[in-house]
Design a binder for this molecule. Structure first.
Ligand code: FAD
Ligand code: SF4
Ligand code: SF4
Length: 480
């Protein structure tokens, strides 16, 4: 083992510099600076090079973390990049937005009492350096293949699959109903977590690698799944989940109450320079308002922090469970608190009050009861515990469900699960339709970018096996 490793005893954990909350509140730029090269090496050298690296086990991509930490500690960043990019199509994106506290870093088994290695920040540093140095190059497949694959959805699952398939020489066309590439990376996740240029340079690279994009093409409306099956030798559905869950409470239809993703998309579009009527009219703009966000996941955290930056008068997050039981990343909650967001734990909305528009959220306090079948404690209302929370803008961030894809795609034989997600054979990743595969949120339900990348990569492998077997079968028939 290199001598320079195992420095966790003498070197404390240090994240890259984080901008002060007062400054962060005023703009949408990312909140962390980049490590300087020496700092990245110093932090990477804290790794104790475990024989069984639990960080790697708990990374959905099984990134070779100890090895690229060692290379970084030794200043061999080009080799670290080679290794890191071999298992992850977007290491600089995952390094920025993975909930590391629940994945790699949360399972770093550095001696008890010492903070984990800052894996995500080193991963981001390695690939940002690779981009700066011009090491990230378009794909030039060793041989071009005749077969083509159509991908529905230009989110991380579709993009990762496209890159992997191009590497093997397939002709790849991506169809997306949005006007920009990136899915939730572009229109969901705000700039302060992931600046848009980071996604856009990936799009440029894919275009230079000869991936074709058909944007503003809504599959089901502009083109049918059956047409795509005719056009391509295989189809991958990576269309994500977009049907926002609603709150069944009186007054929920009042003006001033909006779905979280509409709000975030308007803010992201405004940031990208688009003219957004609902933003300009104030309907989806928090400026000068008392904002209440209902929910406790990543989407809720992005809403509260966006509202702060838009100049809201006050921002509150209402969540029916407690801090320990929220689905969002604890790191994000901490950022939000630093930026002035107030969390009202164990509280749920019961009705929305207001004459012509919302003015208050009438809420009830919650007690967490016995665990249910999933093991989570069931929220129970506490009698006579109502509070009215002032609100001019309420954002509903309660999660997403899939659209009715068999109906949307006019494909009644497309099998779905009880949750409405696409049913696949987990070994082949194929849906109930021959040659139609699926990956990402549309299979898992709302999940994480790193899982979408993993699924996209796996699907590309399975599509390759399917097309190879098909080509061999055709050859055998021709030879008869
Ligand atoms: P998506 O990213 O949703 O992409 C699907 C694409 O398919 C979209 O571009 C869509 O326009 C297109 N599409 C859909 N239907 C059609 C159709 N009929 N025709 C053509 N195109 C279609 N994950 C993290 O790991 N970290 C985070 O910090 C994080 N923050 C998040 C914040 C928000 C607000 C949200 C909503 C999610 C967040 N996530 C986060 C989750 C993450 O963004 C998703 O898990 C991931 O983007 C899923 O990737 P995907 O490729 O499956 O789908
Ligand atoms: Fe950690 Fe995510 Fe990187 Fe895996 S991809 S090492 S989970 S930051
Ligand atoms: Fe290094 Fe922590 Fe991974 Fe062990 S678990 S190899 S100390 S990063």
């Amino acid at each position: 083992m290199a001598e320079r490793m195992l420095k966790f005893v003498g070197t404390p954990q240090a994240m890259p510099g984080k901008r002060a909350p007062a400054e962060r509140r005023r703009d949408f730029r990312e909140i962390y600076a980049e490590y300087a090269r020496e700092k990245a090496a110093e932090q990477a050298a804290r790794c104790s090079q475990c024989g069984v690296p639990f960080c790697q086990v708990h990374c959905p991509l099984h990134n070779n973390i100890p090895d690229w930490l060692k290379l970084t500690a030794e200043g061999r960043i080009d080799e670290a990049y080679e290794l890191s990019s071999a298992t992850n199509n977007f290491p600089e994106i995952c390094g920025r937005i993975c909930p590391q506290d629940r994945l790699c870093e949360g399972n770093c088994v550095i001696e008890k009492g010492f903070d984990s290695v800052t894996i995500g920040s080193v991963e981001k540093f390695i690939t940002d350096t690779a981009w700066e140095q011009g090491w990230v190059k378009p794909i030039q497949p060793r041989r071009e293949r005749r077969e083509s694959v159509g991908i529905v959805g230009a989110g991380p699952a579709g993009l990762a699959a496209a890159e992997q398939l191009r590497r093997k020489g397939y002709q790849v066309a991506i169809y997306d109903r949005y006007d920009r590439v990136g899915g939730l990376l572009i229109y969901g996740i705000p700039n302060f977590k992931l600046e848009k240029e980071i996604v856009q340079r990936r799009e440029k690279l894919l275009r230079e690698s000869k991936v074709t994009f058909h944007l503003e093409c809504d599959v089901g409306r502009d083109v049918n799944l059956s047409e795509l099956r005719q056009r391509h030798d295989a189809v991958l559905v990576a269309s994500g989940v977009y049907k926002a869950r609603d709150i069944a409470a009186p007054g929920v239809g009042l003006p001033g109450i909006a779905p979280a993703l509409d709000y975030l998309t308007a803010s992201n579009r405004h940031g990208l320079g688009d003219k957004v009527a609902d933003f300009d009219s104030g309907a989806l703009n928090a400026k000068g308002k008392h904002v209440v966000v209902v929910g406790g996941g990543d989407t809720a955290m992005d809403c509260v922090r966006t509202a702060v930056r838009q100049g809201a008068k006050s921002v509150k997050c209402l969540y029916r469970r407690d801090r320990a039981n929220m689905p969002g990343s604890q790191r994000e909650v901490k950022h939000a608190e630093e930026e002035g967001v107030e969390f009202i734990w164990l509280t749920a909305p019961q009705s929305f009050l207001g004459k012509t528009k919302v003015s208050h959220v009438r809420s009830v306090r919650i007690h967490l009861g016995m665990p249910d079948a999933s093991g989570r404690q069931t929220p129970q209302e506490i009698a006579n515990s109502h509070v009215n929370v002032e609100a001019d803008l309420v954002l509903k961030a309660l999660g997403f469900d899939p659209e009715d894809l068999p109906a949307l795609f006019a494909a009644p034989d497309l099998g779905i699960t009880g949750w409405g997600t696409l049913k696949i054979d987990w070994r082949s990743m194929m849906t109930s339709l021959d040659g139609v595969f699926a990956a990402g949120d549309i299979v898992r339900g709302a999940s994480l970018v790193v899982w979408a990348v993993r699924d996209g990569r796996d699907a590309a492998e399975r599509i390759h096996s399917y097309l190879t077997a098909k080509a061999q079968a055709a050859l055998a028939v021709a030879a008869e």
